[in-house]
Design a protein around this ligand. Structure first.
Ligand code: ZN
Length: 302
């Protein structure tokens, strides 16, 4: 078995009970809910409940968790983006009169997926911003670019000072795999600056058990900058010909030469990354090579 560092204490969230969920009060009627693997939030208004996403890893526990807080009905469901690991239990919430709101691009992905578990939104918007008023509560939906998937939203509750940015980063952890599978690294980097422009005290970012703070966003941004610095330096240092001949790859196998070169770039960038990140973020040892590979290609091509 591969050896991984134990999960550091600072990256551990609350213990998840047998029920499979844990609810955290975020203030002003807003609540966070997590299964330990995924998290999301809901807002209790005067007449009902507004929910962001319905992740399958919570499944029915999302409904049970909301029911523990309030008997009010779920009136609104907002899709943060189209991915099944965040909205693949939306069918459990579906009923007549439920308003399902998403960006137009998200609706297009769902349509393409033909997945019964992800009902199509019945309210979409094409532009960059939409403001909802639900029983006097303000909810601002904003699309600023494809930092995770085209159509992905920042969902801001200005009164509660809660910002939901699903799959933007992982609180107190390195980003999963390749910067959480971003299709566009420059907008992924930019998203951290965008987030810090909002007025918020809590950020809900979609994975693991913890909810974050602006400080957590700043830490992730610093980590990303270190990844970019290390990748940039490694790209300067590692020569394709030297890497290929060191690995004994013949001249005519151009694809293999490219592969050993990028692997050598990642290996060198790994050495250049400050070792202190192991004490600052969980999962650094797990995802460092994948993240550096993604950043190195972006530095090379974008
Ligand atoms: Zn996603």
């Amino acid at each position: 078995m591969a050896e991984f560092a134990p999960v550091p204490d600072f990256a551990l969230g609350p213990e998840i009970p047998e029920s499979g969920y844990h609810v955290t009060e975020l203030g002003g009627g807003a609540y966070g809910i997590t299964s330990g693997m995924v998290n999301t939030m809901f807002l209790v208004t005067r007449k009902g409940v507004v929910v962001v996403d319905a992740p399958p890893d919570l499944g029915e526990a999302l409904l049970v968790g909301i029911g523990e807080v309030t008997p009010k009905p779920i009136t609104h469901l907002i899709y943060s983006h189209a991915h099944a690991d965040h909205i693949g239990s939306a069918h459990l919430l579906a009923r007549d009169g439920l308003r399902i709101i998403a960006h137009e691009l998200t609706a297009r992905f769902i349509q393409e997926a033909r997945d019964d578990r992800r009902p199509l939104p019945n309210e979409t918007f094409p532009g960059g911003r939409k403001e909802l008023s639900v029983d006097g509560e303000r909810i601002i939906l904003e699309y600023t670019g494809d930092w995770h998937q085209p159509g992905n939203l920042f969902i801001h509750l200005p009164e509660q000072k809660v910002l939901t940015a699903i799959d933007s980063f992982t609180v107190r952890n390195a980003p999963f795999f390749r910067l959480l599978f971003t299709p566009h690294v420059p907008t992924y980097f930019e998203a951290m600056d965008r987030m810090l422009e909002y007025d918020f005290e809590t950020v809900v970012s979609g994975h693991m058990a913890l909810f974050g703070t602006p400080e957590d966003v700043r830490t992730n941004r610093e980590y990303l900058r270190d990844l970019r610095t290390a990748a940039t330096q490694a790209l300067r240092e590692v020569d394709l010909r030297e890497a290929a001949s060191a690995a004994g790859v013949p001249d005519d196998n151009k694809q293999a030469r490219l592969k050993v070169w990028i692997d050598a770039v990642v290996a060198r960038a790994t050495e250049l990354m400050p070792a202190s990140w192991d004490q600052r973020l969980g999962g650094n040892d797990i995802f460092l090579a994948d993240n550096l590979n993604t950043v190195a290609w972006s530095v090379f091509m974008d």
